[in-house]
Design a protein around this ligand. Sequence first.
Ligand SMILES: Cc1cc2nc3c(=O)[nH]c(=O)nc-3n(C[C@H](O)[C@H](O)[C@H](O)COP(=O)(O)OP(=O)(O)OC[C@H]3O[C@@H](n4cnc5c(N)ncnc54)[C@H](O)[C@@H]3O)c2cc1C
Length: 552
Amino acid sequence: MNYNDTISTDVLIIGGGPSGLAASIHLADILKQKGQSKRILLIEKGRSIGSHIISGAVIKPSVFKELLPGVDFSEIPFNARVTRDSTILLSEKGAVVLPFHMPYMSNAGNYTASLGQICRYLAVKAAEKGVEIYPGFAIDEILYRDGKVIGAKTKDTGLDHHGNQLENFQPGTRIEAKITIFAEGTRGSLTKMLIKKFDLTRDRNEQVYSLGCKELWTVPEGNIEAGRIYHTMGYPLNFDEFGGGFIYGLNDNKVAVGLVVGLDYQDPSFDVHDAFQIWKSTPFVSRILKGGKLVEYGAKTLPEGGYYAIPKLFVDNALIVGDSAGLVAMPALKGIHLAIRSGMLAAQTTANALEKNDTSEKSLQQYEVLIKESDIHKEIYSVRNFRQGFSNGLIAGGLHFGTQLITGGPGFFGRLRSQADSQTTLKLNEFKKKPFKERFKGKLEFDKVLTFDKSTDIYHSGVFHDEQQVVHLHINDPEDFKAVNIEQYGAPEQYYCSSEVYELHINRAGQKEIRIHAENCMHCKTCDIKAPGKGITWVVPNGGNGPDFQNM
Ligand SMILES: Cc1cc2nc3c(=O)[nH]c(=O)nc-3n(C[C@H](O)[C@H](O)[C@H](O)COP(=O)(O)OP(=O)(O)OC[C@H]3O[C@@H](n4cnc5c(N)ncnc54)[C@H](O)[C@@H]3O)c2cc1C
């Protein structure tokens, strides 16, 4: 792609995850059937497709048969088929295997996989169908004409820290499109702007998120069989913290382990990465990792607010798909099949709109109708109050969930509301329980064999950012940040950040300030979600910057 240009396309897809790639593949197929030739462009900020993709992952496979009709299923690079699946109630020293599956959590017939590998495979399929795929370009601006979306622009590069142009300055490319599909994944930075501009979450619940930290290990033969999966509840989380661990046995003696924690926790010093390390040191998990070696580390958030937090998904000339649309099925913690399905439905809508030469909001409304008729609605609506029920702790959540199962979804209390994760952290003087470090005293020395500090883990993510660029993490109001975030909350980002970007520092005048190590950023977006006060805004750094996941 040339810089300093305006290029035109019929369809622009922002993001090369499962939702964006599925949209591109299905659209190319439909257009071919209709005998139409249209240009489809897909832009991805990772240096290659898959390098910013991280998931568990256990995948519901059936949607792939519809996305890739005629393709031999065994060609799709799933890992092992799930053989056995258990839920474990974990304590510090013990583990109890539950004799049943939590409702909606059975994984019979599902496959383990590296979602990055799946996306690389889908990108090859898309390219074979004529989709133009450009990894290594970050999009940071939505283009509008007469108040309507007309495409997007890639980020200017060759700027110093202050935004001054350097010798290698390159203005970004304007990409004008008849339809733009926002497939940016969790907390999409452009999707957030789109939602704000068109007030797409009016009357909706606040979106809420979890942060998942994951490691990929290679372990000695016999530690875990391929296809054996475990989900854990309990330790190291308290009853008032939502989340749990996963252990997925993979082929070739690999295992994916992770801890996913709801960002609605209250402790301003809670640290998901460190909680993950403590989880690994329990006898149950450490037995599986014994004698093994860390291969990769990564972290990402995922939207969990469910049905009532889904924004309006269409405006003139634009659609929102996948995690950017909040389409994750709780409590199964599965979004991949829904991301693919939403991409396919967006493709169907787009093909019809292009054929009618009508890309107006009225025409694109078909997308919402298709979603309502699809398995997406079925899966998400039936558990519409699930996550909100757990905002007051596991016991209240369990009771709420019980009533939701009895009543087929709503529970006894009708629609439950949610609070933004940035609002749930308590100030230092309000949080009366043991803070994280005291709670796990003596357990936070990591041995670099089984457990790792953040620096060591970050090293295993391949993360890289150009030194010369404007810092992509913006403190929205520096005065407020100092007075509220640092003074009242104790700078919680130094703990919640999954990759040690934020460091609390005392300057020469003896004042506390935050240093931002943007070069470590894993693109998990937690700071954009969880920072209290006037907060932090995450924007895309230069294209190709960020982690370089291989098999996450
Ligand atoms: C720890 C964890 C475990 C999970 N486990 C499971 C599981 O076991 N099963 C399951 O089904 N789901 C699971 N999920 C959820 C699942 O991974 C997501 O629902 C799914 O990946 C969403 O797909 P997507 O295409 O919407 O977004 P993503 O997969 O996030 O892809 C979005 C892509 O867009 C790119 N992008 C973003 N912004 C821009 C921009 N401005 N310019 C250019 N490119 C951009 C990103 O780099 C990324 O490659 C898990 C999620 C996490 C975090």
